[in-house]
Design a protein around this ligand. Structure first.
Ligand code: SF4
Length: 469
């Protein structure tokens, strides 16, 4: 199957560039440059989308600021995976109504996953009439046109699509870090895990063409980027529907060839699509970090079935064995949900059994949160909060000692650490080993962006402590 959506649209980029120039001309005439602030909720996909919003806004003559109080243009890039993130957006919008009275020129824009839900749009139209621009996940590249339409019409602009169109390449982007960057390799998801809203708000899976990805990574390397994170909801199914037949493993091998890039990471991997070919590519490619994030979510086959995850506990553990056999020093991290509808004590024991057998280097653990619009929200036997909390604590009692034990084994060894920032103690900096463990060591901010040899001298459950050697 050929997919027309993978052809990037240069014409659309040109249209948006024209709108950017028009808005820049308007902003150039103002006495003071208008300031913008982007408030990002949710996952790395959103963080990466915000970098594109940032790039476009600067190109249109806006200047960044750190405080909403100082901003003339505020964008909330929203997330709908958890209800409390949505409530926070509504709370902030309430506050902005008053802020707008003090600064009547202030513009408020909303985008991201939350905006793909018709009930949210209805609420905004009815209760938050001070919002100026609303758009969704499929058309973030249209921001210049939407701003221009809002200025011209002096009325709110809503532009929500229910499916994707072209992938627009080469949008201006402002990266948060000089030395590391995220690269989308695909958008959307076809998996419909029964608890997840993402396929409904991000649409069906579509991959970017390999030549566009390679060109982007080469440009990043030329700009001093050492580490790239290849992003997709399920990178293991990368390539489906593209004209060129290519797997994610092959893409990794091509990225590995790019001069200047020193570390390659990727997320997220769905266990059902993780191939032997990918494991071999990870083992062969020197720049691919010895870390994989492989969410298992639940250990009970019955729960996995109801989650629509399409693998079993046994298959998952088999994968873990295969990965460790091919890459012995690999760190495996995971996601686990506790309190899925119908979960029993026995199911929780199955989950803890996977934790003990797989011996994860880290786990993001969540208490199941009901998402309206997903099949799981309609399932009977929703687990009472107190019971889920009790099981959650039990899970942590299994996860954390293993993480600590694995960290302890690193004491005395030396690792290459990419320095990320200054720690809460200003005498220390923090960074990540290749296997993605957090390390604190004595150093100054000049080291940020460098890869430093650090000898590990001590550890805690969630980080290592070391010294530069
Ligand atoms: S793979 Fe499942 S959990 Fe991940 S985005 Fe797709 S539906 Fe959601």
């Amino acid at each position: 199957m050929r997919s027309p959506v993978t052809a990037p649209s240069q014409g659309e980029l040109q249209r948006q560039n024209d709108f950017m120039l028009k808005i820049k001309a308007i902003n150039d005439q103002k006495e003071k440059r208008p300031r913008f602030m982007i408030n990002t909720f949710g996952c790395q996909m959103n963080a990466h989308d915000s970098e594109k919003l940032d790039g476009m806004l600067r190109q249109m003559g806006y200047e960044p600021c750190d405080d909403e109080k100082d901003a003339d243009f505020i964008i909330y890039n929203t997330c709908c995976v958890r209800e409390n993130a949505e409530n926070k957006v509504y709370g902030n919008l309430g506050y902005l109504k008053h802020a707008k009275k003090d600064n009547p020129d202030m513009k408020i824009a909303l985008c991201g996953c939350m905006m793909q839900q018709p009930t949210v749009i209805e609420t905004i139209r009815k209760k938050y009439r001070h919002v100026d621009i609303v758009f969704g996940t499929f058309n973030i590249y249209k921001l210049p046109e939407l701003i221009y339409t809002n200025i011209e019409s002096a009325s709110p602009v809503f532009d929500i699509w229910d499916k994707h169109a072209d992938i627009v390449e080469d949008l201006p982007t402002v990266r948060k870090f000089k030395y590391k960057a995220s690269v989308n390799i695909m958008f959307g998801c076809n998996n419909f895990c029964s608890y997840c809203i993402v396929p409904y708000v991000r649409g069906r899976e579509r991959s970017r063409r390999p030549e566009d990805i390679i060109a982007e990574v080469k440009a990043l390397a030329a700009d001093g980027v050492k580490e790239v994170m290849l992003l997709g909801q399920n990178v293991n199914s990368y390539g489906r529907g593209l004209e060129e037949e290519i797997s994610f493993a092959e893409l990794l091998r091509r990225v590995n060839e790019i001069e200047g890039i020193e570390r390659i990471r990727f997320m997220t991997s769905h266990p059902k699509d993780l191939s032997d070919e990918l494991i071999s590519a990870m083992a062969d490619c020197k720049k691919v970090c010895n870390h994989i994030h492989l969410p298992f979510q639940a250990g009970s086959n019955e729960i996995l079935k109801r989650m629509n995850r399409r693998y079993t506990k046994e298959h998952y553990l088999e994968l873990v064995d295969k990965i460790r056999a091919a890459i012995p020093d690999i760190a495996i991290t995971t996601d686990i949900i506790i309190g899925f509808p119908g979960e029993t004590e026995k199911d929780v024991e199955e989950t803890i059994d996977v934790v003990k057998k797989a011996r994860f280097n880290g786990a993001f653990t969540f208490i199941y949160s009901k998402r309206t619009g997903t099949p799981a929200a309609e399932m009977p036997n929703q687990v009472p909060e107190a019971e889920a909390k009790k099981n959650f604590d039990k899970l942590l009692e299994a996860v954390n000692p293993i993480v600590y034990e694995l960290n302890q084994k690193k004491v005395g060894n030396t690792y290459k650490v990419l320095v990320d920032g200054v720690s809460s103690d200003p005498l220390f900096v923090t960074g990540r080993t290749e296997d993605n463990t957090l390390v604190h060591f004595k150093g100054c901010s000049e080291l940020i962006g460098d890869i430093i040899n650090v000898k590990i001298t001590d550890c805690k459950t969630f980080y290592l402590i070391g010294e530069q050697v």
